[in-house]
Write a protein that binds this ligand. Structure first.
Ligand SMILES: Nc1nc2c(c(CN[C@H]3C=C[C@H](O)[C@@H]3O)cn2[C@@H]2O[C@H](COP(=O)(O)O)[C@@H](O)[C@H]2O)c(=O)[nH]1
Length: 306
């Protein structure tokens, strides 16, 4: 996580298209210092939960395919989370490692009750196969064993995931420097922590080490709040829904500046209140705010990472 923090800070200080506005951060921190809005994990009631290892298996499958819900305007994260939940409720072995290795695009569509091909469907299927195979090879087929191997460390869990599953290696090269974001690996740790309320499979002594999850909703919210400012050419691209290429300077800056800005916001709120604030909590608040705001325009990048 230190690498996520330091490399995203490097991007923020060398950024050409996105600026982090410290006055904007100060304003948000000032507003939040008295009442930091607490958003409950699963505030929408769409996730599977049985307080046991099957929930861990469900969350790993969910975060394996938790990316790119566009250009299909009707598709959203909620369809994914609830579709996988219904699947598991009717067939408890649906996410067994051997079955994960065999799913096809049409079968995944059927699970989600989706009438047409999913965005990046072939990649979603490939990543499910990858996770099924590696779970079988290294963790007796069980996501719970993977989590147990992290010995209550979220940072270790993220490192283990990056090591075992190439699809979770969310990094890029920016102006010659390697930048780490690890969005889906971090969100898996956060989902466990949220679902299990910091107990059992969600008991991570270093949950404070996690950063926010750099997706396409959070940068848009931060821009709306005046925390991020876009160069006019980038603002135009986003306004016109023009695709931004994965790995481009613009894309890396949008994601990295978001991580950096929220780290700064967190430090400031903690200083003002004398209480520790977690990036996970800020992320959930920003994300929940973003998805309730249908007019919010986000950047469009075809990516398997978010
Ligand atoms: N930063 C951040 N990004 C998040 C999430 C979540 C879901 N987390 C759930 C877990 C527990 C809570 O109950 C949350 O509901 C999804 N995403 C990202 O959003 C995008 C989808 O958006 P739309 O097209 O509108 O559905 C896509 O990139 C997806 O990867 C989050 O928490 N934080």
């Amino acid at each position: 996580m230190e690498e996520v923090r330091s490399t995203t800070a490097w991007v923020a200080t060398h950024s050409s298209h996105v600026t982090v506005d410290f006055t904007g951060i100060e304003k948000v921190a000032e507003n939040m210092k008295n009442s930091l809005p607490k958003v409950e994990w699963d505030f929408e009631g769409i996730h599977y939960f049985d307080n046991g290892p099957l929930t861990v298996q469900y969350l790993l499958v969910l975060d394996t395919v938790n990316f790119c819900f566009w250009p299909d305007e009707e598709m959203s994260y909620d369809h994914l989370a609830s579709g996988l939940k219904v699947t598991l409720e009717s067939d408890k072995s649906a996410f067994d490692a051997d079955r994960l290795q065999k799913y096809t695009g049409p079968q995944l569509r059927k699970m989600l009750n989706w009438p047409r091909p999913l965005p990046l469907e072939d990649e979603r299927v490939r990543l499910l196969h990858e996770v099924g195979l590696e779970l079988e090879r290294s963790f007796e087929g069980k996501a719970s064993k993977l989590v147990e191997s992290s010995h209550n460390s979220a940072a270790k869990l993220v490192a283990l995931m990056a090591c075992h599953f190439p699809g979770f290696r969310d990094h890029t090269v920016y102006k010659g420097h390697q930048i780490f974001l690890y969005k889906r690996a971090q969100i898996f740790a956060a989902d466990l922590w949220g679902a299990f309320k910091g107990q059992g499979y969600g008991d991570f002594e270093d949950i404070s080490s996690i950063t926010i999850f750099a997706d396409y909703i959070v940068p848009a919210v931060l821009q709306q709040l005046g925390v991020l400012r876009y160069h006019s050419s980038l603002a135009n691209i986003i306004m016109k829904n023009t695709e931004i290429v994965s790995g481009s300077e613009e894309e890396v800056e949008l994601r990295a500046c978001s991580v950096y800005a929220v780290e700064k916001m967190k430090e400031l709120i903690s200083k003002k209140t004398g209480k520790q604030v977690l990036s996970v909590e800020l992320d959930l608040w920003l994300w929940a705010f973003g998805i309730q705001c249908p007019s919010l325009q986000h950047h469009r990048t075809l990516s398997i990472y978010y």
